[in-house]
Design a protein around this ligand. Structure first.
Ligand code: SF4
Ligand code: SF4
Length: 262
């Protein structure tokens, strides 16, 4: 199976994004982050993404429903039901060709000897890059995807590395943070994030986003800021009405939209 055939198959099996990082791009990573520490004969890392539906953010955006919208269809079922089905289906197909394939979740539990950074692999596989706000951005969906990956000894052509320029001239995520958690150097005070009640949620250690900020004020501001830049288009803007935020103590503020919403 060559790279083109693999990508076509992965799309048929439910992947929205597929990129390949060949061995020469990651072979020199430190042993505790290196795919070769898990699979010594690894030649290619196949990074798979599934988009998070824009609609999965709707309940949080409106401040009305967090659990049965984002927490299920945006987070836990995405990570632990929808994505593993795609990964295991593709690894089965690869192994049916005689190559070995190691299915990997997006995250690594604490205490493992080797912890591969899924965002690093997604970048080396040409899917995008981490932006100013700390989110991995793809041209197709902006921040709205989750990743997992497969290690294989199949030799596959790599995809060119690509860095979207969405953050140029933008600081919407930084301005949207009610707790001022972004430091001047754009690093993030994660202690403040862990106290944030603006849609932030905790992820599992196996998640590609253990501190899950996609639906928080910062993440939703990025959805708004990038909706004209990404490839997936909608017939109406994401933000429909006044923006809610809560301060460190949970005290709410509601800020009307300048245009009143569309
Ligand atoms: S809101 Fe703007 S600056 Fe922040 S991550 Fe998104 S594109 Fe980059
Ligand atoms: S999770 Fe909350 S505190 Fe952290 S950057 Fe986002 S909005 Fe700010």
């Amino acid at each position: 199976m060559n790279a083109t055939e693999l990508k076509s198959l992965a799309k048929q099996l439910g992947a929205d994004l597929v990129g390949i990082a060949p061995r020469e791009r990651w072979a020199d990573l430190p042993p505790n982050q290196n795919p070769l520490s898990i699979m010594p004969q690894c030649q290619s890392v196949i990074v798979l993404g599934r988009k998070i539906l824009r609609g999965a953010f709707r309940g949080v955006e409106e401040g009305t429903n967090f659990g049965s919208t984002y927490n299920m269809y945006g987070q836990s079922w995405m990570e632990f039901t929808f994505m593993p089905r795609v990964v295991i289906a593709i690894t089965n197909e690869i192994e049916s060709t005689g190559a070995e394939a190691v299915p990997m979740s997006g995250g690594t539990p604490a205490g493992e000897n080797v912890s591969i950074n899924v965002n690093t692999m997604a970048n080396l596989a040409g899917l995008g890059a981490v932006g100013k706000g700390g989110f991995f951005l793809t041209r197709q969906y902006g921040i709205r995807q989750r990743f997992a990956y497969i290690l294989t000894d199949a030799v596959l052509d790599g995809d060119p590395i690509d860095t979207p320029d969405f953050c140029d001239g933008c600081d919407a995520c930084i301005k949207a943070c009610p707790l001022n958690a972004y430091r001047p150097d754009n690093s993030i005070d994660t202690k403040l994030c862990n106290a944030c009640s603006n849609g932030r949620t905790g992820g599992s250690a196996l998640s590609c986003a253990p501190l899950d900020r996609f639906a928080a004020s910062c993440g939703r501001a990025c959805i708004v800021a990038t909706e004209d830049k990404i490839q997936e288009k909608f017939s109406s803007p994401f933000r429909k009405r006044a923006v809610w935020t809560r301060d460190f103590f949970g005290v709410p503020t509601v800020t009307p939209l300048e245009d009143g919403g569309k």
